[in-house]
Structure formats: structure tokens, C-alpha cells
Design a binder for this molecule. Structure first.
Ligand SMILES: Cc1ncc(COP(=O)(O)O)c(C=O)c1O
Length: 395
């Protein structure tokens, strides 16, 4: 059977996060009281003024195709945002709006990679990075970003991973799954390395505004050379609670933007028209809903981190941003609880789901078995109850 299918795509695996979320949803539908720590999306509705802008667009008949890379109003609004928040000067011709930041990443990798190219991916990584690289016929080269280094690249280790085949490196700050934020000095060192070796940086800044400590800096902002090599990736999903609307974007040099636009024009045409008008309202309208969301996230983060560190066998560092906590489970591995032997992170996720009705994402989905990821994009009440169940299950 497999021999009639694409070898390249047969090697691509499904998303572990979506799998766990689906399992937990199914249990919930069956009436089981599951607490889900798997969520990769804010548990808030899209702000009212954004929803209203979409309805207005529908009623005004703004429902046809648009230019492949997006409507001019949205590209202008994105340029204004990049200037205001990131001190980056881009023109609309540098912007490509896509069906979510995931689609943006797909377009970039399709546009820059040739077979045998290597793309450096940090471990732990966001689940889709390695698969997106493989889908572009390139090879992911994994570089450890260990907890002992705050889940960040060590510049010497990174430099050693660069070869003549290295086309790009992926940088995700604040990060999924670790919540880690890079400092300005750390980013400068990475930028210098990229310029020296003439490699692209895919700077995934989707969690930029969900930041509770420190300051987000875009690596593209240091100088013209690094700006030319950087593709800034951002989107509406996380910051405006718009995951289902599917709008993300890139800012890059003009030549690359043109190639991505061509790819997109054949693959998906334009991103959803109505969602594009809603995104203009999101970027230009009241930003207060972000602050309200952040207030809730920071309270939950603080509670979660403190509680986890009080549970025997578990530990975690304080993440600066996003809405995830990467929990170190090394002390749990090899132990047996209620007859379940926990050999790896998947065993632990299965054990917690089947005996404690708690859904977590096993670290193996992010390339490391010594962790599990808990999302705090769920109510404080759920977090309290879920962590209580985990504590009991690990006694
Ligand atoms: C690090 C990272 N990048 C990109 C995305 C993609 O977001 P979207 O395609 O919804 O814009 C996600 C979503 O989970 C993410 O965590």
C-alpha cells in the first residue's frame, strides 16, 4: 500500500499535541471528567470588536478572493505593528499573509530549501518544526537547548552544528514548549553567527505578546544584514485568541516574499478574506483584551510553577512567556505507580490520562523524553484540580 504513496510524506508524523487533545476530547464527550493540560490555544473568545469586524465584512460583501499575499489594508496594518512594536521598517511588498503562522513556516521552508539542505531545530522543539523541514526535502539538524541553559541555544554548540549545508536555523522566543525568552545579548550573538555563515533565521515570534517577564526583541532589528537574512513569523492566533481564524504572516526580504507569494497563489490562493478584515480590526483596534488575558495567564503560571515544584519527583523553571510549563520528569522515570511502570514520557501521559483523568503532552512530542508539557490555557480551578490529581497519582 505504502509503495504507492509519497515516500517523503510517509515519513511525516502527525502532531502529538493534536492527538492527545483529541483523546481527551473524546473522553470528555463520553462523560468522563477530564482535565486537559494539552491546549495550544487561549481559553478566551476572540474579542468582540474583532468578531464584529468580520460580520461587517460579510454584510458588506467583502467575501471574494483577495490578492494571494493578502489585502493591502492588512499588510499596511502589519507594517505599522512591526514598526511600533519591533522597530522594524517593512513595506507591504515584504509581507505575506497566510493561513496561520504554521502555513507561513511551510511557505518559507518550501521557498528556501533544496534537497540536502540542513535546517537547525532546537530541542525541545515545537512539534511541527522537524516535519515542516522534512516536507521541504531538507534535513532537520537537532541542537539541544537544555534546561541547564534556560532551554536556549548555547552559542558554541550552535556554531559547531553549522556546516556548509546549513540553510537556516529556527529561533522561537518566547518558546513553545518551554516559554523561554532570549535576552538581547543572546540574540545578538546568534545574529552575528548567522551573518558570518550567511544562513537564514526563521524567527517565530508568535508568542511575543504573551510575555510576563523581560522584553521581547526581534532578532531582525539589530542591523540591515541580519534583517535581510531573517524571516519574522507572527500571527493572530495566540495574541488575539483567534486560532480558528487562521491568519499568520511573514516579514522578509522582497525576493523571498515574492517566491512565497507564488507558492501560496497555487496552493491555497489567498488566506480567508473575512478573517483578513477581522485581523485589520485586531491590529488597529483596542489592545486591552491582551492585557486582560495576560493578567489571567500570569496568575495561573505563578500558581502552576509553585505547585509543580512542591510535588515530589517533579520540577520546572519559571517560563517568561507563552502559556506552557515544561515539567522535568527525570525522577519519575523508571518508577512504578499503582502497577504502571513509567519508562518514558508517553507512559506517564498514558498513566495520567487513564488513571487520573488528566491530559498532558509527553515530552517525546518535542524531542525529549525527560519532560511533559502542561498548558495553563485553562482556568485556575482546572489547574488546581488537575495538579491535585497529578500529585495523588504520583504518590
Ligand atoms: C511556536 C508556534 N509557532 C507557530 C504556531 C502556529 O500558529 P498558527 O498556525 O495558529 O498561526 C504555533 C501554534 O501552536 C506555535 O506554538
Amino acid at each position: 500500500m505504502g509503495k504507492n504513496l509519497s515516500k517523503k510524506y510517509l515519513a511525516v508524523t502527525g502532531s502529538v499535541t493534536l492527538e492527545i487533545t483529541a483523546k481527551a476530547k473524546k473522553m470528555k464527550a463520553e462523560g468522563i471528567d477530564v482535565i486537559g493540560f494539552g491546549a495550544g490555544e487561549p481559553d478566551f473568545n476572540t474579542p468582540l470588536h474583532i468578531r464584529e469586524a468580520a460580520i461587517k465584512a460579510i454584510n458588506e460583501g467583502l467575501t471574494g478572493y483577495t490578492a494571494a499575499a493578502g489585502i493591502p489594508e492588512l499588510k499596511e496594518a502589519i507594517c505599522e505593528k512591526l514598526k511600533k512594536d519591533n522597530n522594524l521598517d517593512y513595506k507591504p511588498e515584504n509581507i505575506v499573509v497566510s493561513n496561520g503562522a504554521k502555513h507561513s513556516l511551510f511557505n518559507i521552508l518550501q521557498a528556501i530549501c533544496n534537497p540536502e539542505d540542513e535546517v537547525i531545530v532546537p530541542v525541545p522543539y515545537w512539534v511541527s518544526y522537524p516535519e515542516l523541514v522534512k516536507m521541504a526535502d531538507a534535513t532537520p539538524v537537532f541542537v539541544e537547548t537544555p534546561e541547564s541553559n534556560g532551554f536556549k541555544y548555547n552559542i558554541d554548540v550552535l556554531a559547531k552544528a553549522i556546516t556548509s549545508k546549513t540553510k537556516a536555523l529556527i529561533l522561537n522566543s518566547p518558546s513553545n514548549p518551554t516559554g523561554t525568552l532570549y535576552t538581547e545579548e543572546e540574540l545578538k550573538a546568534i545574529a552575528d553567527l548567522a551573518v558570518e555563515n550567511n544562513i537564514y533565521i526563521l524567527s517565530d515570534e508568535i508568542y511575543e505578546k504573551l510575555l510576563y517577564d523581560g522584553k521581547h526583541i526581534s532578532i531582525a532589528s539589530f542591523n540591515e544584514k541580519i534583517k535581510d537574512l531573517t524571516i519574522v513569523i507572527n500571527g493572530m492566533s495566540k495574541v488575539y485568541a483567534m486560532t480558528g481564524w487562521r491568519i499568520g504572516y511573514t516579514a522578509s526580504n522582497k525576493e523571498l516574499a515574492k517566491v512565497m507569494t507564488n507558492i501560496q497563489s497555487h496552493a491555497t490562493s489567498n488566506p480567508n478574506t473575512i478573517a483578513q478584515y477581522a485581523s485589520v480590526a485586531a491590529l488597529k483596534g483596542d489592545q486591552e483584551p491582551i492585557d486582560n488575558m495576560k493578567k489571567a495567564f500570569v496568575e495561573r503560571r505563578n500558581y502552576m510553577v509553585e505547585k509543580i515544584n512542591s510535588i515530589n519527583g517533579l520540577s520546572c523553571r519559571m517560563p517568561e512567556g507563552a502559556f506552557y510549563v515544561m515539567v522535568n520528569i527525570t525522577q519519575i522515570l523508571g518508577k512504578t505507580f499503582n502497577g504502571y511502570e513509567i519508562k518514558n514520557s508517553m507512559d506517564l501521559a498514558d498513566y495520567l490520562l487513564s488513571t487520573a483523568n488528566v491530559a498532558v503532552v509527553p515530552g517525546i512530542g518535542f524531542g525529549t523524553d525527560n519532560y511533559m508539557r502542561l498548558s495553563y490555557a485553562t482556568s485556575l480551578k482546572n489547574i488546581e484540580e488537575g495538579l491535585k490529581r497529578i500529585e495523588k497519582a504520583l504518590k
